[in-house]
Structures are given as C-alpha cells and as structure tokens.
Write a protein that binds this ligand. Sequence first.
Ligand code: ZN
Ligand code: ZN
Length: 613
Amino acid sequence: MPRCGLLCQYETSKLVRIQSVRLGSLKWSLNATILLFICIMLLWNRNYQEFELLVSSVTTKLKGVARVRLPGAEDSVWDAVDYSGPSQEKNSFFVVTNVIVTKNQKQGKCPEVPLRGRLCRSDADCEDGGWDHQTHGIQTGSCLKVGVLKKTCEVSAWCPVESRTKPPRPALLAAAENFTVLIKNNIRFPAFNFIRRNILPEMNDDYLKSCRRDKDKLCPIFRLGDVVREAGEKFSEMAVEGGVIGILIKWDCNLDRLMRRCRPAYSFRRLDEKESNRTLYPGLNFRFARYSTVDGVEQRTLYKAFGIRFDVLVFGQAGRFSLVQLVLYVGSTLSYYALTTVMIDWLIGTSCYSAEVGQNYSEKKVEAVADKQKCILCVSYVDERNIRLVKRSLKKSLQLVKPKSVEQRKEDSGHLRAAVCLLQPGHAPSHDPAHKHDPAPSHSPAHDPLHKPDPAHKPPYDPAHDSDPSHNPAQSPAPARRPAWCQCGGCASSPLPQEELCCRRGTGACVASSLPFERLVLQRPLLEAVLLYRDPLTPPPAGRGRTADLRRCAYAQYISWRFGVPPAGAHPAIPSCCVRRIRDEYPSPDGRYGGFRPAGTPSARAGANVELC
Ligand code: ZN
Ligand code: ZN
C-alpha cells in the first residue's frame, strides 16, 4: 500500500445491521411517512419554485348618489364629488358618512361656544389676545352673555363658531352604504416579466355592469355596505363617527405552464382600533370649507366630515419552477431521515422493546475504549477478599498507594474447578519434577499450607540486579534486607515503585511459601499441561525458551488463582515475593527478566509487572 498519509485515506462509519422483521418494517414505515410528508410539503408550499414579490398600483372609482337632509337647510343631493372628500390619497379613498355643517361664517367677533371650561364671569377672566387649542379664535378681552345664564369670552374668528361637537345620530349619509367602488389594481412581477390586472381579460363591460360580489368573488366592483359587513362591522354604526377599513388584495400566482393561475383574492378588515373608540378621539373626521363671496364679503361653509377611509392593500407573490430551489429543498429534507435512526435507537433503548435485544444491540453498537494513558493496576492481597484498583504511581511504592476503588473478585470458574481437581489427595504429584532447583529434597512445605518462609533454601533474588549478567544469586541474602513495605518477609527491594508490592496487607505468612502456590503456580507438570493445552501441535521448545514459557505460564496461573477474572481495563500486579519465587523456580540463564511493562507500550501484551504467557 502506498504511504501518502491522509490523501490516500477514506474513512466511513461502521454500521450495525439488526436482523429483525419488526425493526425493519418500522424503519420502512417511518421512512415512507417522512417521504410522504416531504412530498406533501413540496407540493403544498411549492418549494420547487423561486418566488418574487409583486409591484402594484391601485386606482378607485366611487359611484352613488344620496339625498341628504342637513339641519336648518333644504334637502340636497350629494354625488361622488361631494362625499368623497376633497383629497385623493394613494391607494385609498374616503367616503363622508356624517357631517356637521356651519353655514355662512364671516370674519368677525362673536362669543365662544358655551362649553365647560370656557365660561367667564367678567372681562377679567378673558385675556386680550389669548388663545388655546380648544378655542375657535383669538380672545378680545371681553366677556359676553350667551343665552340666559352663561357668559363666554368673545373671540375674533370665523363667526358664528362651530357649536356642535357630537356627530348627528343616525348618520346623515347612512345611505352611502349603497355606494359602489370600482377598484383597479395592476400588478407586475419584474423578474418574471409578468403583468396582470384584477379586471381579468374575460370581464367585459356587460359583466362589470351586472356583477356582484356575493355571486362572483372576482368582481372588482364592491358595495360599501358589503365591504363593511365582511369586515365584521355594522355600516350604520360605523357611519356615525367614521373609521378605517382595509381592502386586502392577495395575489398568489403560479406561473408554471401546467398549473398557470394568477387571480386576486379579496378580504376586508377594520384597521383602526374599534375598542378604544369608546374613550379617546374615536373614529375618523376632518374639516373642510367651501368659500363664496356675498356682496363683496367672503363667506364660507364649514364642514366637519365624519367618514370611512378604505385603504387598499395589495400583497402577494409569484412562483416559477427552479431546479436550484428543488435541489436545495431536497437537500434540506434529507436530514429528516435521521429521525428514523433517532427514533428506533431510542425505542431499542427504552423498555418498550425487548430488554435482551436492546442490551445485545447496544453492546454491538458501542465499543468501549479505555484511556490507555491511565495505567490502572489491580492488586489482590492474600488477607483480603476484594481486589483493589490502584493508579500506578511513579514515586510511591505500589503497596502504599491508596486504592481508587475496591471491586468484588470475579472467580475464574474454569481455573477454580481445575484447582479443586488438582488438590484431590490422589492427584498430589511428586515434587521432584517441579522442583529440580530445589536445593533440599527433604524440604516439604507442601504439607503446611502457609508455612513460614524459609529464605535459606531459595536462591536469593534481587530485582534491582536483574539485568546484571554477572549477578550471582548466592550473594544476596533476603531477610536482612527486607524492605519496609513488605509484610510477609519474602519480598525484595526494587528500584521501580510499581514493583514494590507484597502479597499481604498485614504482617503474616507469605503466600509464595504455601502449598497451593506450590501446586497451582510452580508445579512443572501442571504448567507443561497448560502449555500443551494451549498449543497442542507445536512441539515444546527446548532449554531456555522452555523455561521462559514455563515462567510466564506460572505468572498466568498466579493471576487466575489470585485474581480470578481481573477487572476490565486493569492490569494485575504480582507481588514481589511471588515473582521472586517463580523466577527462582524457572530462572533465566542470563538473569535477565522483562520486568515491569506499563500498559500502552507496544511490546507489552499486558501491563502486569511481569512477563506473561
Ligand atoms: Zn512481602
Ligand atoms: Zn509474600
């Protein structure tokens, strides 16, 4: 394989396939539901189209005549010019529905209207030249009598001043209900170069003369009474004080050839605040005047007009097929399919689904990887039932490090059975094959399970000199140099703190001198049988390799015996006395041993403090 780093690599996620009819059909039904939803949304919202907002213009034509009876005057007939008010605003029209008329006003002096707050007692109450926003003119400084009891300040103004404040009820021009308005609305979508008006091509003059909104929703001629009614208001009520009504024209155009459609939809709504009308400045009104000259004197007729303003609001959009929009939409919906995974994963995790399958699934799906940086060792003392988990320290001896946690010992049942079998009286092997290094054949500690260690008959061992080929075992006596952390008297000092571990927590006999240790860990036929069991066909290596194999196998035997199944992620640590005993039994001819190999180093098959088989 060429070595070119990241450029020649492709990573993909690993999937777990569950063979299950239930989950399979659930997956496909969920996917089908999602696909259906996506398709419906695509067609409903026309997500395959690009859209553009419209540009519009509106003109209106108001028609109708009504007979008006003004107070103190003869009946008159008002036409569109009279009641549509003096001004035309953009996109809106006004209809006068009620009016207060003050006729024949001339420039002069007259008393102010006798209302609360404007009364006076003497001339001293009236300031010459004074005015405020309530008064009709500038005060002259005199206080005049109005009627029988009241007196008001005289003003210089258009006289007589407008005296009525409340609009007449019922409205004088309530007949405006029957007026009609023709709304002409031209729209344009510049990007699509598309023009349309609300008077559709098929509408001719006859149609426009006779059409009515209640029969044809596209009719562009509206009766004002219908407009106000559709906005949820009563015309006769609204006519008294006036208000604002919105005529909404919505265009939703589809410019695709197959589904071409572009028609207006009308709706109506009251735009001013109806509720606050009861309190402050209700309705809509304004004043205008008509001037005339009688005998060289200018006169005017003042109108305070109440009415309804109709605002025409046009909005809408046109859509046309766009491949880019379609691709974007499809791309954005792909993530919805992840919902299937989320949902089914959740379902498997909950108790709704079979707990067994869920457990199996999560075991297959999730692979736990321990943090190799942390080297956790497990320690088993012969005088303690539990196994301690200890973090490796480079300074403190392993015996003294405080445990991170304590775990229950998990028995290796196979090993236990074999051990029980071996300890049967008939199986007791002779010592000779296992103890070829034993200097004293008469020595029989096997009959005493935890006999006192007898360092004299063991070749002394000092790990500190392990790598020294010239090291002579006979020169290092053990008991005198028993390290402080050792409780059993069989351990040797070591330069590596992680090797400083005794077989006991409290002072007592050493496990390495017990009968089970002899039989389970050291006994040569047993170790040979284990090796043959593991590798039945390969002939055993001779000499040095053989001893190394046996030594490593003895370590493994010790671990199975003392730890059972070691806790996951932790590496069993073998006490110094036991290491020493095993090395004495199966020594390396050159005195070299692997020593401690922490987890994570490539050469280590396990992070024990000894070589393992
Ligand atoms: Zn010890
Ligand atoms: Zn010991």
